[in-house]
Design a protein around this ligand. Structure first.
Ligand code: PLP
Length: 395
């Protein structure tokens, strides 16, 4: 496990690294790609071995998901998160977002409101809009460098009978919060009282930095008005091998979800996804622990760099995820000017904060699941660009 190793991803049509993606979204093919939330790090050896073994078999016909696949997933959640998932409550889906789109459709009607805790992963908004629902914001509050939920506002939004669903991002992309049991219990209590269905997107659930610990929403809330979307995609850096699972405790909700995936045939088994997932959950634990230590090292590196170089940028301390949410407000640039500054002056492809909602303006998200050297190069570029911005070209 050498996370410092640089692996050239440009040899494949990698979204994050492709020149066309960099040109389209950043107007700069030379920008260091740090926007997409996948990692520039090799998958666990156990996953690679299993995929090689599966490929070597040379027949890739129809398969079913074996019980050993579900057993590996259940054991992982029990061991790492103390959550006992019932086998019968799991419904597969192609991806987290497809599950979210289905759940939005099943728990609201056109024109209804879906609550988001902004700034938040921008594709939630797209999923809501393409289902012709309304985005209802329950913005997070930033209090002394720490994001918090605004429960009074959530109470008001949940009380409106037109608002039927809340998408809970746990841990939170992009701000890096790992919600506590008390916070999740409060969300559950408010949503239960107002009959708001909670879709808990827990794709980042395996990334938390001690002493913070990820708490599965359903473990706190029980099941009657919620579902959890989980997947090995982020944890083991296999998001190109699409595969997700939805835990739906309520029998009637689950039956409807199942019927939908059958009706639209979005329940096919990808043999490589099954092989990778089972291997990862069975044998990927030590690799993940090493990765978490490395990511924590990247966070420490950023903190210390920003502390020692006064460049007007600060880090919102992440409690989890492999994303760094950087605060550029001191530079005094508006959202568009900051976007230009990052992509043109600093030559970096970071996700500008306003992509996550207006509340993200003045911030940007840097994906730090990459060798530390890439993080250092990015910070060096930021440091020179901010010096030029503040003191002019002569510096
Ligand atoms: C919070 C969150 N949910 C969902 C996704 C996408 O998951 P999938 O590719 O399985 O749809 C991402 C990817 O960045 C994410 O960060």
């Amino acid at each position: 496990m050498n996370f410092d190793e640089y692996v050239d991803r440009s040899v494949y049509p990698t979204l994050k690294w492709s020149k066309s993606f960099l040109a389209k979204y950043f107007g700069n093919e030379e920008a260091i790609p740090m926007s997409v939330a996948d990692m520039d790090l090799k998958a666990p050896p156990a996953v690679i071995e299993q995929l090689q073994k599966r490929a070597a078999h040379r027949i890739y016909g129809y398969e079913y998901r074996p019980e050993s696949y579900f057993a590996a997933l259940i054991a992982w959640y029990q061991d790492r998160h103390g959550w006992q998932i019932e086998r019968g409550q799991i419904e597969p889906s192609p991806s987290i977002l497809s599950a979210i789109a289905i759940l939005i459709n099943q728990h609201s009607d056109e024109g209804d409101g879906v609550i988001l805790q902004t700034p938040v992963f921008f594709e939630f908004r797209m999923a809501i809009k393409s289902s012709r629902r309304k985005v209802i914001k329950n913005p997070l509050k930033l209090v002394e460098g720490h994001y918090q939920m605004d429960f009074e506002d959530l109470e008001r939004k949940a009380a409106d009978p037109r608002n039927k669903v809340l998408i809970l991002c746990s841990p939170h992309n992009p701000v890096g919060r790992v919600w506590s049991t008390a916070e999740l219990a409060q969300v559950a209590e408010i949503c239960r009282r107002h009959d708001v269905f909670v879709i808990a997107d827990e794709v980042h659930g395996d990334f938390s930095f001690s002493p913070h610990r990820f708490v599965p929403y359903l473990k706190v809330a029980g099941g009657e008005n919620g579902a959890a979307c989980i997947s090995p995609a982020k944890t083991f850096n296999i998001s190109g091998i699409v595969n997700a699972l939805t835990v739906i405790p309520d029998e009637e909700h689950r039956r409807r979800f199942h019927e939908f995936t059958q009706r639209y045939w979005v329940n096919k088994v990808n043999v490589f996804a099954s092989a990778a997932t089972e291997a990862a959950y069975k044998d990927g634990g030590a690799w993940l622990d090493a990765l978490l230590a490395y990511l924590r090292g990247n966070v420490d590196f950023i903190r210390s760099y920003l502390h020692h170089n006064d460049i007007g940028i600060s880090l919102i301390e992440p409690e989890g995820t492999f994303l760094a949410w950087l605060d550029f407000r001191e530079l005094g640039l508006d959202a568009k000017a900051l976007e230009r500054f990052l992509s043109q002056d600093a030559q970096l492809a970071l996700a500008p904060g306003y992509w996550f909602g207006r509340e993200g303006a003045g911030f940007a998200r840097m994906t730090i699941g990459c060798p530390r050297e890439t993080v250092q190069r990015a910070l060096d570029r930021l440091a020179s660009a901010t010096r030029r911005l503040r003191y002019g070209e002569g510096i």
